[in-house]
Design a binder for this molecule. Structure first.
Ligand SMILES: [Zn+2]
Length: 288
């Protein structure tokens, strides 16, 4: 008898990154200019933060949420020389075997077997692995593509279009699902609606998060809507976005959903994620 695939979520870590503490969090009411000036002049570093992608098992086929960093991104010439902020504002460690392609191979998952690669957004630590995923359908939000499709602008915003696969043309998720709690629109990824995206803009325009309805657990995979559960709970947005008010609004929607539905919340760079996932820790949002 064939084993039935359970709906489950696994971490795949693609290296680690240090950034400036002022990139992790800054007051939302500080002006965009001052927010950017603050992180460009910040000389301290955070601890190493993981760069997670999430592999979702589903009867329709495995789904990858985010592609992670490229192992080539520590080689000279990967980042455009004219955009020094990549190297000035982050330190990166990633081994060749930590790339998403190598890790999927290790798990015996063929690229063409992937039902979908869903990207929260196109910054390099979420899309660098696209080079290994050619042949799999890639989905994101149309609003995000509109904002990032011009290479010059995308590069200034932290993506590296010069490293995207040739003729990269993502597909757009469609809002054909029902409202989910406070989220008015939902974007199903599987036909049973058990893996579904919602919009969490603010970090970048058209940023998306993924909800996975497992048999016992509901996971909310934030992408970079927040960098950690603590920051989410304090409704503190990151210091790099250009729409902090919208970013805070997205955090409030996640908290509101967590009040209505027990959720295990997993972010892309939270150092405490493995424990949370292991213990199935349900997020209890506080009221500010
Ligand atoms: Zn990120």
């Amino acid at each position: 008898m064939a084993a039935t695939t359970q709906i489950d979520v696994q971490f795949i870590q693609t290296g680690r990154i240090k950034i400036r503490p002022s990139m992790l969090s800054q007051p939302a009411n500080r002006s965009i200019f001052l927010r950017r000036l603050r992180f460009l002049t910040d000389r301290s570093w955070t601890d190493w933060l993981p760069v997670y992608t999430f592999l979702i098992s589903h009867p329709e086929g495995p789904i990858l949420f985010d592609a992670g960093m490229s192992p080539r991104c520590t080689s000279p010439g990967y980042f455009p020389f004219w955009m020094p902020t990549f190297t000035l504002t982050s330190q990166i460690e990633i081994q060749p075997q930590e790339g998403i392609g190598a890790q999927l191979k290790e798990k015996g998952i063929e690229i063409k077997a992937l039902k979908a690669v869903v990207l929260s957004h196109l910054r390099h630590d979420h899309s660098g692995g696209l080079e290994d995923l050619v042949g799999a359908p890639v989905y994101l939000m149309e609003e995000h593509w509109e904002a990032f499709k011009h290479p010059l602008h995308a590069t200034m915003e932290g993506a590296v279009p010069s490293q995207w696969p040739k003729n990269f043309s993502p597909q757009f998720l469609q809002p054909t699902g029902p409202p989910i709690g406070p989220f008015e629109k939902s974007y199903p990824i599987t036909s049973d609606g058990k893996v579904v995206a919602v919009q969490t803009p603010g970090h970048v325009p058209g940023h998306l998060s993924v909800i996975v309805y497992g048999d016992e657990t509901t996971w909310f995979l934030t992408g970079d809507a927040t960098y950690s559960q603590e920051l989410l709970d304090r409704e503190e947005t990151d210091g790099v976005n250009d729409d902090p008010v919208q970013a805070v609004q997205s955090l409030r929607l996640i908290k509101e959903l967590a009040r209505q539905t027990p959720l295990v919340v997993l972010a892309a760079h939270d150092t405490d994620e493995l424990r949370r996932k292991e213990e199935g820790e349900v997020y209890k949002p506080s009221r500010l």
